[in-house]
Design a protein around this ligand. Structure first.
Ligand code: ME8
Length: 530
């Protein structure tokens, strides 16, 4: 297959390749949850999906962390990488490829890529002088530093002076090609605020950057000078490509880029935007490889206004949150309550209140009360209301009209909170509708046809809301579908074939007469646990 033509039915997405300087925290979970939701949405649309994540294990930051813990670097990486794998399982993330940069296949890919860039004449030797933040693994401009030369992203860490002979990548040679890229593909960097940041940075003029280190033993040896190792960022970005190798496949760039390449989205936090939106496309241009479709840089989760970070030590433990509240709750909260792309503060009280209001009350309770009525008045079956009998103007049907398209658009823009609002608005109208129509009174008056119409409309609305929310809430949506009498599992990779998006977002997908399950609360109210 020609690697420059994207495969239309294949969708590939990456999270950052996380540092193993510590166990994962809620920030790493945030990006990975969002990537999983995008991937699940694409599966609903019937696409084959590859979700790539992994761990970034080389470089000085990891070397020092391991030394401080009196571990060998590899031993340290093995321990921490396991924690990432376990967290993704706990959060119900469907990882297709988990790549570790210490995987020997990765070294082969990095060396081949380096060779291409070398042959292109884009690597040369030079003197690197500057202030280096080991926690960012990045040189900083003096004007960007805080008082006493502290890093703005790691205010508890001082930058260190470096003056060494390194090998440089000729980034400056790509200035105009990058500017053309941003102009011809305005969606390449999202959201808009991040795009502007990059345009302003590139507009100041690009400088070559060093891609090797002299005094860092924990890295991939530089092919042209084994006394140096490859800069951890040059190495880590390439892990996206290594991750696309099939098990047992020879580690060549041709193999790795044959099926899933180029990527549809690199999902990252705003801290690593330059690497992905400037350095990475230039590296790919140099190596003659196609570019990703878009780079999305989301905001930071903060606690008391400070970025939550492993280095700062103000972390929220995702394992603890999941153990106390469940994976669906954690997945939902961060995507619903924080507009994706912006920063957002975490509050446990808000967490509990949001989940109770949206999932226990608006959605869960609506299903529960309606199911009970259907058990009582409709012989434990979905009311037998044929599609033709349901007027287009029926309030819930009217509200549901166009919801599938609106949610698809929101998902494609990564506007997760908007998807939640669309689905929740339907549930809220449903609750009001039940109150107003009072099906129990219709029963008393012997208005069985009207009663059935009301109950059908409400059950169908809950189904539709659950379907739209299923990428965020796979467990809850399974429970809702099962109580509605379906035997399905939203965790199946071929879910888009079992429950196709366009069919499931059309009114009437709930089969009249289908036997209903037992009404049980699908989402238990949460208590604030201190
Ligand atoms: O940067 N809020 O790894 P990393 C939101 N190894 N997201 C956050 C966050 C916060 N407070 N803190 C971290 C690296 N993140 C490199 C990446 S990629 C080839 C190499 C998320 O472990 C966010 O996605 O420091 C951020 O970009 C990423 O974790 C940084 O992860």
């Amino acid at each position: 297959m020609d690697a420059s033509v994207p495969n239309p039915t294949a969708f590939s997405i990456t999270t950052p390749i996380y540092y193993v300087n510590d166990i994962p925290h809620i920030g790493s979970a945030y990006t990975t949850i969002a990537a999983d939701v995008v991937a699940r949405f694409q599966r609903l649309q019937g696409h084959s999906v590859r979700l790539v994540t992994g761990t970034d294990e080389h470089g000085q930051k990891i070397e020092r962390t391991a030394a401080a813990m009196e571990r060998l670097p590899q031993e340290h990486c093995d321990l921490i990488a396991k924690e990432f794998v376990a967290l993704w399982k706990l959060l119900n993330i469907q990882v297709d490829s988990f790549i570790r940069t210490t995987d020997p296949r990765h070294e082969a890919i990095v060396k081949q890529f380096f060779q291409r860039v070398w042959e292109q004449g884009d690597i040369y030797q030079g003197q690197q002088q500057g202030w280096y933040c080991v926690s960012c693994e990045e040189f900083k401009e003096e004007r960007d530093l805080l008082a006493d030369r502290h890093c703005p992203l790691h205010p508890n860490k001082q930058v260190e002076w470096r003056d060494e002979q390194n090998y440089f990548f000729r980034l400056s040679a790509y200035q105009s090609r990058l500017e053309q890229l941003y102009a011809s593909q305005p969606d390449f960097i999202q959201p808009e605020s991040r795009r502007n940041e990059v345009l302003s940075f590139v507009g100041q003029g690009l400088q070559d950057f060093s891609i090797s280190r002299v005094n860092v033993a924990w890295g991939i040896p530089l092919p042209v000078d084994p006394s140096q190792t490859i800069y951890v960022w040059f190495d880590a970005l390439l892990a996206y490509i290594t991750a696309l190798l099939e098990p047992g496949q020879a580690p060549t760039l041709e193999n790795a880029t044959a099926t899933w390449y180029p990527f549809n989205i690199h999902l990252i936090g705003k801290d690593i935007l330059r690497f992905h939106a400037v350095y990475w496309p230039a590296m790919l241009m140099s190596a003659g490889l196609p570019l990703p479709e878009r780079v999305y840089g989301h905001g930071f989760l903060t606690k008391d206004g400070q970025k939550i970070s492993k280095t700062l030590g103000n972390v929220i433990d995702p394992v603890d949150l999941v153990n106390r509240y469940g994976a669906d709750a954690v997945r939902y909260y961060f995507l619903k309550e924080i507009e994706f792309g912006r920063d957002g503060d975490f509050s446990e009280e808000r967490f509990v209140n949001t989940l109770n209001a949206d999932l226990a009350n608006d959605l869960g309770n609506l299903l529960n009360r309606t199911l009970r009525l259907a058990h009582k008045y409709c012989d434990q079956k979905v009311p037998s209301v044929p599609l033709e009998a349901m007027p287009l103007a029926e309030p819930l049907r009217a509200k549901a009209q166009g919801l599938g398209e609106a949610a698809a658009l929101a998902y494609s823009r990564l506007a997760f909170s908007q998807v939640c609002e669309l689905a929740l608005a339907l549930a809220r109208v449903g609750n009001k509708y039940v109150d107003e129509q009072a099906p129990w009174a219709l029963a008393k008056q012997g208005k069985q046809a009207e009663l059935e119409q009301v109950l059908y409309a409400v059950l169908e609305s809950v189904r539709l809301a659950a379907y739209l929310l299923s990428p965020m809430l796979p467990t809850l949506s399974n429970a809702i579908y099962q109580q509605l009498g379906f035997e399905v599992d939203f965790n199946q990779p071929d879910i888009g074939r079992t429950l196709p998006y366009s069919q499931q977002t059309s009114w009437g997908a709930l089969p009249p007469g289908q036997a209903l399950g037992q009404p049980e609360p699908v989402f238990q109210r949460l208590e604030l646990v201190s």
